[in-house]
Design a protein around this ligand. Structure first.
Ligand code: HEM
Length: 465
């Protein structure tokens, strides 16, 4: 469905249109827009951004372009991707947590890391991780069974579950006490350092901003913590050294990974950064996808029943063919269309270029927003409605560069398949076990800061099916 054609899949009822966040006036001044972006990028965009192909603007003296045109997006993310890199503000904010890991590496170092890590994320490798995903999901469900018929914060429950999945798939270890400490690090970082301050945006990367000082202290504590996890896992491996065999987890896959071109392994330091990157890039995003899926299903009880019926007779275990969970997967896909966990892919040009016929100078900023693209009037019919049927097998496929919750091109999310398997299995199991209802009446609005978070945690009620 690459253009806004009429819907051509049968709908049994009028689709749900979840409450839409306010749209900014199109004529905001640059200062007003700057303030609005810092508060919530999603509500800083005006109606034009949902209608037009390219929105040109200014960002701190540099030109910025929001691209909503699939061809132009393909050009930036695929054809000439080497001319575009993460923005200085993005690097400033991410580096203290992710070090030199894959997400913010560049050039030769990125190519080495991507080649070396790719085999750990193939569908076959992910299959070996499914038992860890399922054990953590089952425990989360057992925990939820103790909380039926009482007000429940499902957002927090999803965050705990995906963190546990990240820990177990990485280390084969239950996260226990480390899980709480890890969570505290993530909360501290996202509350205090993850959102760029004005000086973070204004100063060149070579000059530390005041917030960078706090970030540097944070990095020292964080790398010590991740180093401890890596040492513990290594000593566990030493104890089990008599039982060499198939890789147990992502850590095994990463320790034994070799660059297919140079034969090089990861240094201990880089291994720590990759561990941090995978845990952080993976768990909050997947929790967010699950939260919005459950939120939408609680507003649309018809779709929830359809999902429950579709999984009622399926025994979900490590041998389940994920293709059998087609409707569950379609709900996850549609939830990530309406609420893409990564709402913005930002790039700064490293050299001059021409994009969509417009001149781009070095340091100009290109913004590709899955939030806008996924709700764009010319790319989707009924763009704000929740219609999982769009993603059922046999429905017309969206344009590759109109639907991109995981980005696109060489820097596409390495964990996309991992995340989709995790989210599909978890959602199927949750809805197989519980009926989920939302009990608070206040509309839930998305806030785009690092990921697309709800503006408050609504309360839910779950009952056993
Ligand atoms: C629903 C869950 C997820 C979403 C929506 C998501 C989204 C994204 C997006 C949009 C990008 C591209 C960013 C850009 O081009 O600027 C990305 C990159 C990345 N993601 Fe994910 N992600 C998810 C889950 C995961 C998981 C589970 C892992 C690891 C276990 C992971 C690891 C990464 C890494 C390492 C990169 C950087 C890849 C590179 O630059 O080569 N993500 N993700």
């Amino acid at each position: 469905m690459s253009t806004a054609e009429s819907l051509d899949y049968p709908l049994k009822r009028a689709p749900l249109v979840p409450p839409r966040p306010p749209v900014a006036p199109d004529d905001m001044t640059p200062v007003q827009r700057m303030k609005a972006i810092r508060k919530n990028a999603i509500t800083s965009w005006g109606e034009r951004a949902y209608r037009e192909d390219v929105i040109a603007g200014n960002f701190l003296g540099r030109k910025s372009y929001i691209l909503n045109k699939p061809d132009a997006i393909r050009y930036v993310l695929v054809e000439n991707y080497e001319n575009y890199f993460r923005t200085p503000a993005g690097l400033r904010v991410l580096r203290p947590m992710l070090g030199d890991g894959l997400l913010i590496a560049r050039g030769k170092s990125w190519k080495h890391q991507r080649r070396t890590l790719a085999p750990a994320f193939t569908p076959r490798a992910v299959t070996t991780l499914v038992p860890h995903m399922l054990s953590a999901t089952d425990e989360a469900i057992d925990e939820l069974k103790r909380k039926t018929d009482q007000p429940l914060d499902l957002r927090e429950a999803m965050q705990r579950m995906t963190l546990e999945i990240a820990g177990r798939t990485m280390f084969s270890l239950e996260m226990g006490r480390d899980g709480a400490a890890l969570r505290n690090f993530v909360i501290e970082y996202s509350e205090r350092y993850a959102s760029p301050r004005m000086l973070d945006l204004l100063l060149p990367l070579s000059i530390p901003s005041p917030a960078d000082i706090g970030r540097a202290f944070f990095r020292r504590r964080w790398t010590r913590f991740v180093g401890k996890l890596v040492r513990e896992r290594r000593s566990m491996a030493a104890q089990l050294s008599g039982q060499q065999g198939a890789p147990r987890d992502l850590f095994d896959l990463m320790v034994t990974a070799r660059d297919p071109e140079t034969g090089e392994a990861f240094s201990d330091e880089l291994l720590g950064d990759e561990v941090a990157t995978m845990i952080l890039a993976g768990h909050e995003t997947t929790a967010t996808a699950l939260f919005w899926s459950l939120y939408l299903l609680s507003l649309d009880q018809g779709a929830q029943q359809e999902l429950a019926d579709s999984v009622a007779s399926i025994e979900i275990d490590a041998s389940t063919d994920i293709a059998k969970l087609a409707f569950t997967r379609a709900v996850v896909d549609e939830a990530m269309r309406l609420y893409p966990p990564a709402f913005l892919v930002a790039r700064a040009a490293t050299g001059p270029d021409t994009v969509a016929g417009l001149p781009v100078a070095e340091k100009d900023v290109i913004l590709i927003s899955p939030w806008l693209l996924h709700r764009h009037e010319t790319l989707w019919s009924d763009p704000h409605a929740f219609i999982p049927q769009r993603f059922m097998p046999g429905s017309p496929q969206p344009d590759r560069f109109a639907y991109m919750p995981f980005g696109a091109g060489p820097r596409i999310c390495i964990g996309a398949h991992f995340a989709l398997v995790e989210a599909t299995l978890a959602l199927a199991k949750i809805i197989q076990t519980f009926k989920v209802e939302i009990t608070s009446s206040r509309p839930v609005m998305p806030v785009g800061i690092v990921t697309t978070q709800p503006d408050h945690s609504p309360t839910f009620r779950i009952t056993r099916r």
